[in-house]
Ligand binder design. Structure first.
Ligand code: ZN
Length: 256
């Protein structure tokens, strides 16, 4: 056995055989990593409540010499983020982010910035910050760290700068990854409409440091149009529609 240790955030937990779990974590040292927690289901004492979804744990794992998934040997809680699992809507947001990362990230490749972004998002959800605003920040940074930031400076077709575009709103062209003005669109309604005020706030987030974003204020309308836009743009790049996105939209409608 070749041992190693790291911090990790638990993104998925599936039953394996009669006694075990297969865990998928976003780890600090190796990025996305799947491991086996042997006898975790048979004996509650074995990992005593440490293996809950969205918890941040410290752990020791070991690679079997014959190959195969690493085996979890010890785990301890670093931050349980209990405020998330006690709340349906916050759980829906965390599940959506988790599914994005599970689909997006390569196994075994360290993603330190994305680890800290997820930790920031979970801490915000846990401590009662607006989940909608947190999800806007999470998705914009995930795109930024992946080199896929939407271009919010000008119309992607006629190249007119935002401030010179007539009217109060623009649409967004998912395929071009940029804004589209009313003059450049033949349809009556703009796709994914965003008011100029919202676009400027999104631009401010794109160019700010994560630690300066805490006091951000959005109107209800700005939150709604940003979420509709981002929850279409991010899955578009992912190439598939996460199941948890539909669940999240359903939960949000129940709250309205
Ligand atoms: Zn245009």
């Amino acid at each position: 056995m070749l041992p190693f240790s790291s911090s990790g955030i638990l993104l998925r937990r599936t039953e394996f055989g009669d006694y075990d779990w297969i865990l998928t974590l976003l780890t600090l040292s190796q990025g996305k990593l799947s491991m086996i927690a042997k006898y975790a289901r048979k004996s509650r004492k074995r990992f005593s409540g440490t293996l809950e979804l969205f918890s941040e744990i410290g752990f020791i794992g070991a690679y079997p010499r014959k190959g195969g998934l690493p085996i979890l040997q010890e785990a301890w809680i670093k931050q349980p983020f209990t405020g998330i699992r006690n709340d349906f809507e916050r759980t829906a947001y965390a599940s959506y982010w988790g599914e994005l990362l599970l689909t997006w990230l390569e196994e075994g490749k360290a993603q330190t910035k994305i680890y800290h972004l997820l930790r920031y998002g979970l801490q915000s959800l846990h401590s009662g910050v607006s989940p909608g605003i947190t999800s806007i920040v999470f998705q914009l940074y995930l795109l930024k760290f992946s080199g896929l930031s939407p271009d919010l400076e000008r119309c992607s077709r006629c190249r007119t700068d935002l401030d010179r575009i007539p009217g109060e709103s623009c649409g967004f062209d998912l395929a071009k990854g940029g804004l589209v003005c009313q003059n450049c669109i033949s349809e009556r309604s703009l796709p994914y409409p965003l008011t100029k005020g919202t676009i400027k706030q999104l631009r401010w987030i794109q160019t700010s440091r994560l630690e300066n974003i805490d006091r951000l204020k959005f109107t209800g309308r700005a939150v709604n149009e940003s979420l509709v836009f981002l929850e279409a743009f991010v899955p578009y790049h992912l190439g598939r529609d996460p199941k948890s996105r539909r669940f999240l939209i359903h939960v949000r409608q129940l709250r309205c």
